[in-house]
Ligand binder design. Structure first.
Ligand SMILES: [Zn+2]
Length: 112
């Protein structure tokens, strides 16, 4: 799957939050074979991914990371220690900056 970078208009509006999010992500140790499978999603990409309509991926404040599940406990612990919300799925770990509903509450115009 193509990993999309947030477009200019999203970057301009989310910049301080995005920098904070990426800085926290940078505190997580990469693991062998691990890779980011999803970052920013426009409406269509979010629909195809079966994402929640108010997903943080819509504003670039969520990342999905695929790796061997043996690494999951360690990465979940690291992410949470950095203040991130981490959700474990069968196929990946989802890291996000804001609690559920936080993205649309903070950036409602980006969901319009
Ligand atoms: Zn995700």
């Amino acid at each position: 799957m193509l990993v999309r970078v947030p477009p200019d208009y999203v970057l301009r509006q989310t910049w301080p939050s995005l920098v904070d999010f990426l800085t926290k992500l940078g505190g997580i140790s990469p693991v062998p074979g691990g890779y980011v499978s999803s970052w920013y999603r426009d409406v269509e990409a979010n629909r195809r991914a079966n994402g929640h309509p108010h997903s943080s991926h819509r504003v670039g404040l969520a990342v999905d990371y695929v790796c061997d599940s043996k690494w999951h406990p360690e990465l979940i612990e690291q992410g949470r220690a950095l203040g991130l919300i981490v959700v474990r799925y069968a196929t990946h770990l989802h890291f996000q900056a804001l609690p559920a509903g936080g993205a649309i509450a903070q950036f409602p115009h980006l969901f319009a």
